[in-house]
Design a protein around this ligand. Structure first.
Ligand code: 5GP
Ligand code: SF4
Ligand code: MG
Length: 449
């Protein structure tokens, strides 16, 4: 998912539209914006892309200088309308809107406890748990938020907007990105820095793991709800999720991917004629591979721009159809060639099997597949949609079997150490290593199969 907030800038809802548009790659199922004019919070949300859900007229009906918005990619929870964010609390102590990116791993436990104490949940999303936890606390808003956060385990990057304040929060491992920027007399909060460029905001800093930043008319203040922090940024953010122009924890995503490609090339002796990437997320790595190996970089596959991200489609059937509609090989380039083909990752294997076939049908002599990440062997419980072992092809097949399955002439992966070398040392690599940075509570039953 993608979160975006604007504090104290004219036409906040309209700016949020542009910010969320730049974050659209993080989720395409649903979206919403809530705006505040210091007195009332108005919210509008719906299923579909930002450009499908919002019209000028709808934006005009969201008045005020503060706004928060969200683009949704449903992971563990269903794509029901109750789960679409922002989610709102309208209460006599004060209303607020909340957007979140991540997945809470002790959600079930907390939910049962809250329900036993009388809470009623509308949807199935974790974010609602946040609202209830906040509402049950007493004291100032920042104190309530801090106490709620301290009870939650897992991944969350949250923006909360009251009628006149904004709060940016990250879990104690900083699993999901969130940063703040300066814009005119106000501030901007975003999952990725690519959204700042479009509204002309100037990046200030990442929200720290375990930190609550309060943005109010008197400036910004920082609070820590726990000292037990250990940075574990999701490595898939660099590998796949984020946009190449974003900078996460001081590392530009394009540069990180390019370095991954170089590292793949450094240990490779394969004889080939050209290097190609799978648009869009592996092009940076393919350029890096070509540069390091001194093989020509070519465009061997064309993507139809009018098809969304295939992985992000919720069902396997939609995903398969998505791949077929999305990619075509350029026969004039690949015919008779030995090709090194770089992709960012193999998760379910749907994409890669199809692409190797496409290239061979177009006349490729050999297809050597190089993956700019390690084997994806374990499910993610922190907001990426791979919650079962059965879905993960590398949990069933070893490299040799997988090479056969996808029909490649050879197959190699990046190692976990190389992922850290390319993207930074403080990463979560649980989906590759099986070592999770948090307790998994009842979700842990999935991995004890
Ligand atoms: P597969 O077909 O193997 O399930 O998916 C792999 C493709 O989906 C890769 O080409 C990659 O670009 C994309 N992808 C890989 N990992 C992820 C992920 O964690 N999340 C999302 N949304 N897409 C991914
Ligand atoms: Fe990211 Fe993998 Fe960790 Fe999930 S398990 S947060 S996808 S690195
Ligand atoms: Mg891809």
């Amino acid at each position: 998912c993608g979160c975006f907030g604007i504090y104290n800038v004219k036409d906040a809802a309209s700016l949020s539209y542009f910010g969320l548009h730049a974050l659209q790659h993080r989720g395409q199922e649903a979206c919403g914006i809530a705006a505040s004019d210091n007195k009332n919070i108005t919210c509008y949300k719906g299923k579909g892309l930002i450009s499908e859900v919002f019209t000028n007229k709808i934006i005009e009906e969201l008045p005020g200088k503060h706004a928060v918005g969200h683009v949704r990619y449903s992971t563990a929870q269903q794509n029901q309308i109750e789960n679409v964010q922002p989610i709102m609390v309208r209460a006599h102590q004060g209303s607020f809107a909340l957007v979140n990116n991540g997945q809470i791993v002790n959600a079930e436990e907390i939910k049962v406890e809250l329900e036993n104490q009388g809470s009623i949940f509308q949807g199935t999303s974790d974010s609602e748990i946040f609202l209830h936890l906040i509402q049950r606390e007493e004291g100032t808003m920042v104190y309530k938020i801090m106490n709620a956060c301290a009870k939650l385990e897992g991944a969350f990057a949250v923006i909360i907007m009251t009628k006149d304040c904004m709060y940016a929060v990250r879990d104690k491992n900083g699993l999901r990105p969130l940063s703040i920027a300066k814009l005119e007399d106000g501030y901007c909060v975003s999952s990725e820095s690519c959204a700042y460029d479009i509204v002309n905001a100037k990046f200030v800093r990442d929200v720290e793991p375990g930190e609550v930043i309060r943005i109010a008319s008197d400036g910004i203040q920082s609070f820590k709800y726990t000292e037990k922090t250990q940075k574990k940024m999701c490595s898939m953010e660099y590998i796949y999720f984020a946009r190449p122009d974003s900078v996460i924890e001081g590392v530009n995503v394009h540069n990180a991917r390019k370095l991954s490609g170089k590292l793949l090339a450094r240990k490779d002796k394969v004889k080939a004629d050209i290097v190609i990437g799978v648009p869009d997320s592996s092009l940076s790595a393919a350029i890096g591979y070509a540069e390091e190996s001194r093989l020509p970089y070519e465009i061997g596959l064309i993507k139809n721009r009018y098809v969304g991200r295939t992985f992000i489609q919720p069902t396997q059937k939609q995903r398969e159809r998505g791949v077929r509609m999305k990619l075509s090989a350029i026969s004039a380039i690949v015919k008779g060639k030995r090709i090194v083909m770089i992709d960012d990752s193999i998760v379910r294997g749907t994409t890669m099997k199809r692409i190797v076939q496409l290239l061979k049908d177009a006349g490729a002599k050999a297809v050597h597949v190089r993956i700019a990440s390690p084997e994806f062997k374990s499910p993610c419980f922190y907001g990426v949609d791979t919650s079962t072992y059965d879905e993960l092809i590398s949990s069933r097949l070893n490299v040799k079997e997988l090479k056969e399955y996808i029909g490649a002439d050879s197959l190699k992966f990046l190692t976990i150490d190389e992922v850290k070398e390319a993207n930074g040392p403080d990463l979560c690599v649980a989906c590759f290593s099986g070592k999770y940075p948090t307790n998994l509570f009842s979700l842990g039953n999935i991995i004890k199969k």
